[in-house]
Design a protein around this ligand. Structure first.
Ligand code: OGA
Ligand code: MN
Length: 286
């Protein structure tokens, strides 16, 4: 099977000590949290739940009850200017020696560079990352977690204006309930499309088949905003980040009074935090 994109960087997750529990499975099952309504759908490959059609009408600018139900938390101005500056400095430091890759080996991401960072000596950066993680963890409270915590690193992804992240789902086994991203430097459009696994593919494989043109949801990510993707949008939709030309096309269609005309997709840096996926994927338990 083809190597999966969005695996984080080599070496992750780090091997964890094997933890065997002496209690019987039955006693822990009793304490399992109540499952949200969409949970059963996850195990039903031929059901692709659609988010509210209201979200498909035009670029989504703010969090609404429909967006929340679809599984997207969207917070404007999630980080302060000082936190943003501290994170950008870390990105520059770590990425200085990293060349832009023309194309990722499985073509999901185009024109980009990335690094993983797990230690934040700057208190502003540390505070922002911890707040991101807490927000994502709380947003998925009640979801049946596959893993038992979060990856120790966050990824920084640097996309120049013509860089794009093509439609994909995040790895269905390595990662858990959410993908949490901080959008820095430039506005960007994140596009979601309903997704079905192709007949030769298992539900758990990451790409699936995005349904072109149908049920598309476009969300505007402003600089310093945070998103947490979970639930239906995590499991049943692909997501992508548009390049400058495709973003301009979306913005061109927006009524000027909506306050997103004149946006430009410039260089964009995202900071991505994730939680652990299925135990045992790497032959270790955690
Ligand atoms: C990813 C991804 C989105 C972003 O890394 O899997 O989809 O906001 N990133 O950079
Ligand atoms: Mn992704």
């Amino acid at each position: 099977m083809r190597q999966a994109r969005r695996h984080g960087l080599p070496g992750y997750p780090p091997p964890q000590p094997t933890r065997r529990c002496c209690c019987r499975a039955a006693s822990t099952a009793a304490a399992a949290p109540a499952r949200p309504a969409w949970w059963n759908l996850w195990s039903t490959p031929d059901v692709a739940p659609r988010a509210s059609a209201a979200l498909e009408q035009q670029l989504v600018l703010d969090e609404t009850p429909e967006l929340a139900a679809a599984g997207l938390v969207l917070r404007h101005e999630f980080v302060s200017a000082a936190e943003e500056a501290a994170l950008l400095e870390i990105a520059d430091e770590h990425l200085a020696a990293v060349p832009y890759a023309d194309d990722h080996y499985d073509s999901v991401i185009k024109g980009y560079r990335e690094c993983a960072v797990s230690v934040f000596p700057d208190p502003h950066a540390e505070a922002a990352v911890q707040r991101m993680r807490l927000t994502a963890w709380r947003a998925t409270d009640g979801a049946p977690r596959r893993g038992s915590g979060m990856y120790p690193h966050v990824q920084f992804i640097d996309l120049p204006p013509d860089g794009q992240i093509r439609a994909h789902r995040d790895n269905m086994k390595l990662f858990g309930e959410f993908t949490c991203g901080l959008n820095l430097l430039s506005s960007a459009v994140m596009r979601f499309r309903p997704c079905r696994p192709t007949p030769t593919q298992g539900e758990e494989e990451e790409e699936g088949e995005a349904e072109e043109g149908e049920g598309v949801i476009d969300v505007l990510l402003r600089p310093r905003s945070l998103y947490v993707m979970h639930g239906p949008l995590r499991w049943h939709y692909t997501h992508e980040v548009l390049d400058a030309a495709a973003s301009a096309e979306v913005w061109r269609k927006q009524p000027a009074e909506e306050g997103c005309g004149g946006e430009e997709r410039g260089r964009r840096i995202s900071v991505i935090a994730r939680d652990l996926g299925k135990p045992g994927v790497f032959g270790v338990e955690w």
